[in-house]
Design a protein. Structure first.
Length: 347
């Protein structure tokens, strides 16, 4: 797998012209239009499952079957995160105000800071897999390139040696990381509406923890917390890992045009409707990155147009199965950590 992006196809004379041609094809096919009926059903279903999960928690009470409820709610929390993702991209509502209000409600229900996540995700979309500009490639725990591995200190240097083997176990901490990162972002004065986000985040944590320790004995409450947050983090991380991990990494000086920047750093995952539901449409990652505001049910229909357009341009369009996508992601992680596994030469 290539670790740095090399564009072999010539760039168009007019910036964005290749994407403009594709955009016209997509618009003519009517794929940018809103899908209010779809989202009404989807949001109602997810809200119903969320309420049903907590109702089951209250009914089961202090019994070990409550851990099954924790596993169920972990999946539901992941689905809420996917709804928040679509809302933030204005796939649901065209106007900013309803998008922000509904997005904050969805984010607060799973303990995520909406403003922090939206800022981070927006920067990722602008420069996916750019080692210098994509916040998803910050070497805070893992290293994503051999250059990062050579410069690593502390925890990334310790973990980086065998990070491919530790990747999925570490994902069980992703739910906790989501809450901690949301809380830390509240100290960033540049973050808009941080008081609202802070109040919602505090309210979620207070209600969540009070509910657990009110209904369950302390030991069982801690077990519920570990199972719920661990599986939530594992599911959430598994949603995003196939998208860009193990794909070409752009260096700061590289600047391909918009279409190539999005297509060459993204990976699609094959599958049917069940895959679309489980991954929230993010299995059509190439189409999503090209058209972030396109409603997720339209991404599958856009796939044929995008793939054909890329073939005409000679731009690589990668699509693989889910297991193969994880294998490629882990292979990329293992290769990135290679410098840390080499024995230093003796003098």
């Amino acid at each position: 797998m290539v670790t740095s992006l090399t564009v072999h196809t010539p760039r168009p004379q007019t910036a964005g012209s290749d994407f403009a041609q594709l955009s016209r094809k997509i618009a003519d096919a009517g794929l940018l239009g809103r899908r209010p009926g779809y989202y009404a059903v989807r949001i109602s279903a997810v809200a119903g499952l969320y309420a049903g999960g907590w109702t089951a928690f209250a009914l089961v009470g202090a019994g070990w079957w409550t851990l099954a409820v924790a596993a169920f709610l972990a999946i539901v929390f992941g689905q809420v995160a996917l709804v928040a993702h679509d809302v933030a991209h204005r796939q649901v509502f065209r106007r900013r105000r309803p998008s922000e209000v509904s997005g904050r409600i969805a984010a607060a229900s799973i303990g995520m800071g909406y403003g922090w996540w939206q800022d981070k995700h927006t920067r990722h979309h602008a420069n996916p897999n750019n080692e210098d500009l994509d916040p998803d490639l910050d070497p805070d725990v893992l290293v994503w390139s051999q250059d990062q591995a050579r410069a690593a200190t502390g925890l990334p240097r310790l973990i980086g040696r065998w990070q491919a083997f530790l990747f999925f176990p570490l994902l069980t901490l992703e739910g906790l990381n989501l809450h901690v990162s949301s809380g830390r972002a509240l100290f960033n004065r540049a973050l808009k509406h941080r008081r609202i986000d802070g109040a919602l985040l505090f309210a979620h944590c207070a209600v969540y923890l009070t509910t657990l320790f009110w209904v369950l004995p302390p030991g069982m409450a801690i077990a519920f917390l570990a199972v719920h947050q661990g599986l939530f983090g594992l599911y959430l991380g598994s949603l995003f890992a196939p998208n860009h991990k193990g794909m070409p990494i752009i260096k700061g000086e590289d600047r391909p045009d918009f279409l190539r920047r999005q297509v060459l750093t993204s990976r699609n995952v094959n599958g049917g409707r069940l895959t679309d539901i489980a991954l929230g449409g993010l299995n059509h990652q190439i189409e999503h990155h090209l058209f972030p505001s396109m409603p997720s049910p339209n991404l599958r229909m856009a796939r044929a147009l995008v793939r054909r357009h890329c073939e005409e341009l000679g731009v690589d369009y990668l699509e693989t199965g889910l297991i193969a996508s994880y294998r490629q992601a882990l292979t990329g992680l293992h290769r990135a950590g290679a410098p840390l596994r080499r024995t230093p030469a003796r003098a």
